[in-house]
Write a protein that binds this ligand. Sequence first.
Ligand code: HEM
Ligand code: HEM
Length: 135
Amino acid sequence: MELIQHIHSILRWAVLFFLVVNIFVFLPACYKKECQTKVKWPLFLLISAHSNLLIGIVLLVLKLKESGLKMAEIMANSAYRKVWVEHPFTMVIAIILITIGYSKQKKGHRKLNFWLLIISLILIAYMIPWAASLY
Ligand code: HEM
Ligand code: HEM
């Protein structure tokens, strides 16, 4: 469980890095010429985001089981609600936006992808529990 949490925590940097590279390096270059780069930045972003989604779901299930808390107790406590409801919910939305952006990008909708990734970056940066640990 600690290992899983650690991997989940470290992977944040991959997701943030690929988000920033896609928004500020890959997409601007894309406007000028064809989006054929040697490095597949959009795919790396998608894979890192989906991996953390999967690990996050596993973590959530394991932690909920271990704690033995009931849903009503979680909702009544703002700290529990934050990590077990708001964090997963917001991150799932952000990852859905990344996934939609990826498939739109493939169809040539670069501007839409840009804005979806911007929203995603804001949601993810906002919902990372920065106080917990940096790695
Ligand atoms: C709970 C776990 C996951 C869910 C719900 C999920 C969901 C999805 C969905 C809906 C798509 C379709 C995107 C499209 O329109 O093309 C997709 C594509 C993809 N997923 Fe995931 N995924 C999960 C885990 C993973 C993991 C663990 C990996 C890799 C480590 C991964 C890698 C990919 C890749 C590479 C694609 C894009 C394929 C392409 O169109 O080029 N996913 N996923
Ligand atoms: C890109 C998306 C995500 C990022 C960047 C992210 C980042 C983080 C970080 C930095 C932590 C703190 C780890 C620590 O305490 O050392 C964390 C904890 C956690 N995350 Fe995520 N997360 C993401 C998505 C998700 C998703 C989709 C879920 C569930 C479906 C999830 C569930 C959890 C859980 C259960 C914890 C443990 C909270 C605790 O008990 O302290 N995360 N996440």
